[in-house]
Design a protein around this ligand. Structure first.
Ligand code: LR7
Ligand code: MN
Length: 429
């Protein structure tokens, strides 16, 4: 879905042409252009002669937010890809994005956004050590990954969790987009919708990622090459104020402090968005600030040993053990890779660390993750302890067997701050 208002034909064509040339044909169901009432209706109409290209034209200027909803509503495929109208997608851009959604349709994924030079139109690589960030005035900015985060990124192809997406270039499962409430259709022209959708995705059960293997160039412009019927500042305030009022709870006071002009400004009715948030049982904004970066993957280490899963011959599900940490990449390392999720599960693909009997010494097992009623699978990080929330006991190891053939088994035991066997380092990125 590509929306545009008075886009230059050359850049519009560059966008579409690159999509057609650099995407396996069976992965494109259709290219939907939404002409947001551009001066010349032929811009869109002529392009619809290309294979797979469809053209919708608004009867009045709507802005990019309502235009994207229009495009999404008519789209027939199961996955939606949004692009600005002045992009050049790079080689193999789409597969790495689709793969992430195939694995987990609650992910919303963006490519690394390269720079198309405004003056020369040259394609220039951007840094891929960035993620999205914002300040309290709801101004988007790119944020360097910290040296710590960078050092942990041994695998440069690994997705980067991001609190916010830039907004224009992303892929989302269509059913998930609809379930989450599309966009706020009372937002006008341009601006603010990227915060709204980013907060909503994280707070209502999804995640946002930048996928370094996928790259798309974008022309970054110094100013808007189009008019805002209500004025640029008014529109930005209306859209961000709606975002703050619906999603930011008590933290909206920081928004008003940083953007005093927003106080007392009309921003329309937000009731249906407030209801949406209630209906979806979304987390609080505080939760977002506290947790949105805790969705981490990495090793769970006790001194030189790491928590590992392996297949056993006589059991259906893999079993847990403690083995020397594998620091090299490769398939054997995957057995030691764990994800600590926002709902406090410790998971490996579809399996979760679970405890079904709540006695000292009860075994910790891998069993299929459950989405609800999953108290047996919830773990809290308390200092260097991993606390099983239902029992309030701590993840522990016990040595079984004689001294020659001893193995370590995973159990829960009453928490003891001095027990070395209860100390875990979650080496996460
Ligand atoms: O009234 C309008 N109707 C439209 O259809 C105004 C704009 N548009 C179209 C426009 O032609 C373009 O195709 O909407 C698209 C985005 O507008 P831009 O290119 O003027 O926006 P931008 O690139 O300056 O702004 C970024 O933030 C916006 C906030 O509303 C949108 O989310 C943009 O999609 C977004 N662009 C990107 O994320 C690309 C990377 C830039 C960065 C950082
Ligand atoms: Mn743009």
């Amino acid at each position: 879905v590509i929306t545009f208002h008075n886009e230059a034909r050359s850049t519009l064509l560059r966008t579409i042409r690159s999509v057609m040339n650099r995407t396996p044909v069976h992965l494109i169901h259709e290219i939907i252009l939404v002409d947001d009432f551009s001066d010349d209706p032929d811009d869109c109409r002529l392009l619809a002669k290309l294979p797979k290209v469809k053209c919708l034209r608004n009867r009045q200027r709507e802005g990019l937010i309502r235009s994207r909803i229009q495009g999404a509503d008519v789209a027939q495929a199961g996955v939606l890809t949004f692009l600005d109208s002045h992009c050049e997608v790079n080689k193999d851009w789409l597969l790495p994005l689709l793969q992430r959604i195939k694995e987990d349709p609650t992910r919303v994924v963006s490519p690394v956004i390269d720079i198309i030079n405004l003056d020369t139109f040259a394609y220039v690589a951007a840094s891929s050590d960035l993620r999205g960030g914002f300040d309290w005035s709801l101004h988007f900015k790119w944020e360097q990954l910290s040296p710590e985060q960078k050092a942990k990124r041994l695998d440069p192809t690994k997705p980067i969790k991001t609190p916010i997406i830039a907004g224009g270039l992303f892929v989302i499962d269509k059913a998930w987009f609809n379930h989450l409430g599309k966009y706020d259709n009372a937002m006008d022209i341009w601006g603010g919708e990227n915060f709204e959708i980013s907060f909503r995705v994280w707070m209502c059960g999804g995640s946002l990622e930048i996928i370094p293997c996928s790259r798309v160039g974008h022309v970054f412009r110094k100013k808007h090459p189009y008019v805002f019927p209500e004025g640029n500042a008014n529109t930005y305030i209306k859209n961000t104020k709606r975002t703050a009022e619906v999603w930011m709870d008590e933290f909206k006071q920081y928004y008003y402090a940083a953007r005093p002009a927003a106080q007392g400004r009309p921003y329309g009715n937000i009731q249906s968005r407030v209801e949406l948030r209630k209906r979806l049982k979304c987390h609080s904004f505080k939760w977002y600030l506290d947790n949105e970066l805790l969705y981490q993957t990495g090793m769970i280490r006790q001194r030189q040993s790491c928590l590992e899963s392996h297949k056993s011959e006589d059991q259906e599900l893999p079993i847990l053990s403690l083995n020397p940490c594998i620091t090299s990449k490769g398939t054997s390392a995957i057995a030691q890779e764990w994800t600590y999720t926002y709902n406090h599960q410790v998971r490996q693909q579809q399996l979760c660390l679970s405890v079904y009997t709540l006695f000292p010494g009860s075994p910790v097992l891998l069993s299929p993750c459950k989405e609800s009623d999953n108290k047996q699978q919830q773990w809290g990080k308390v200092g260097s302890h991993l606390e099983h929330i239902a029992s309030r006991f701590c993840l522990d190891t016990e040595t079984v067997g004689d001294t020659n053939e001893s193995t370590k088994e995973l159990v829960i035991n009453p928490c003891e701050s001095t027990a070395m066997s209860q100390r875990w380092d979650m080496v996460m990125s």
